[in-house]
Design a protein around this ligand. Sequence first.
Ligand SMILES: C[S@@+](CC[C@H](N)C(=O)[O-])C[C@H]1O[C@@H](n2cnc3c(N)ncnc32)[C@H](O)[C@@H]1O
Length: 265
Amino acid sequence: MTETFQISPQQAALYEEQFVPALFTHWVEPTLMAAQVGPGQRVLDVACGTGIVARHAAERVGPGGSVVGVDLNPAMLQVAAQVSPDLDWRQGDAAALPLPDDDVDVTVCQSALMFFPDVVAALREMGRVTRAGGRVAVQVFDLLDDQPAYGPWAAMVARHAGPEAVRMLGTYWVHGDRDRLAAQFARAGITVTSVHDHEQPATFTSVEGMVRTEVGSTPLADRLSPAQLDRIIADSADVYRPFRTPGETALTIPLAGYVMVGEPT
Ligand SMILES: C[S@@+](CC[C@H](N)C(=O)[O-])C[C@H]1O[C@@H](n2cnc3c(N)ncnc32)[C@H](O)[C@@H]1O
């Protein structure tokens, strides 16, 4: 997943075929359960990507409810519309949602907050379009230091490539501080009502596949020499040994994260 959001149709298709089943699908039920999505509701999925959360929300709300998915990226929305032509897909920025005030019962946002340049503005928008008494549920990942598998792996990469390498390994972990995110909810006019912790699997074709995916999708790709990359791949096998199943090539590691739920005030 790039962080530039110049996502091509091919990258969006790859996201749906590989990254959704490998990782994002596992966060859908925790997010929808925390948000208490149920029959008859109107639900907004912010930064819906190829629509995995919206599709499951549509099953939960049933024929009496409705679901709208918003994403900045037309290529992601194109895939979403191919998979589920019946849902309402709209192009838009999380910081200027294309919906009227108090339009939905529940707003969800999964694995996307870290990409928004102004988090409070996006949260304020989620609160604006959610009716009073409704819910805003945001899923994010824990801090790198609190990641049981990815944390030690990143520390190993830092030993090979320097401490600044860890910063380049992505923005996925920036909202891991619950108190800080709760304060951002408050500044956006949303009162936190619950926080739900989870650990979910992320699957890669192999240890080498994990390293090449992680490094290749960050600026680190341009900084590492082939020899450094080889050493990182070799050491990754050691770091991930506790998580491997003997005889299996595929690598499944736990990812820690949480869903914060709030009510617009
Ligand atoms: C990691 S994907 C998550 C997609 C989806 N929520 C899921 O769980 O599969 C992050 C998504 O955020 C979208 N995005 C990034 N910045 C955005 C913004 N400012 N407004 C709306 N969507 C944004 C990207 O286009 C991408 O589809």
